[in-house]
Design a protein around this ligand. Sequence first.
Ligand SMILES: NC(=O)c1ccc[n+]([C@@H]2O[C@H](COP(=O)([O-])OP(=O)(O)OC[C@H]3O[C@@H](n4cnc5c(N)ncnc54)[C@H](OP(=O)(O)O)[C@@H]3O)[C@@H](O)[C@H]2O)c1
Length: 171
Amino acid sequence: MSAVLRSPCWAKRGYTVEASTGRAENKEYLKDLGASHILSRDDVYDGRLRPLASGRWAGVVDPVGGEQLASILGQLHYEGAVAVSGLTGGAKVPTQVYPFILRGNSLIGIDSVNCPMEKRKKVWHRMANDLKIKEVFNLIKVVHTLEEVPETLETILQGKTRGRSIVKLRE
Ligand SMILES: NC(=O)c1ccc[n+]([C@@H]2O[C@H](COP(=O)([O-])OP(=O)(O)OC[C@H]3O[C@@H](n4cnc5c(N)ncnc54)[C@H](OP(=O)(O)O)[C@@H]3O)[C@@H](O)[C@H]2O)c1
């Protein structure tokens, strides 16, 4: 699953959520997760980079990086923020300083590998209690057996999966 404002939790906090995907078949699924509007990848980045385009979003969660992230940075409202978690679209982000110095925007890194346990617990607590994330998690999780792992990995590599795959090791 992809890019912009892909945060169902935000809908619960009163924001209007837009989600982007390159796969039309995921539109209804994203609406079920809390998105009001579904954007195509081209809606987010049409191939032309503008360091300061019209402001569209207060906050963005972006797993794509690359040129898409640079495009998003140019489309944040004043004092907007983008949290980046991945580099599916590339590690190089061809941005400029303007979104930061003229709009006070922020680029925030998400690290799930070295994140300390104390911080994880705080985040999990907020997800469980403030945002009541359980119903969303039930929608995104797909449980596999250990035997299904090779086939599942193949599907992931082909970009055909969605949500989070969980491997159940025992009954
Ligand atoms: N921050 C961390 O601690 C951490 C930890 C592990 C992994 N990662 C990184 O996170 C990234 C993937 O993580 P994930 O599984 O969470 O992401 P994900 O939800 O699978 O996001 C990847 C999605 O981006 C979209 N996409 C793929 N290529 C694109 C392109 N060229 N332009 C625009 N959108 C594109 C696809 O969505 P649609 O098909 O719906 O468009 C794809 O499903 C990897 O780069 C990985 O290295 C980060």
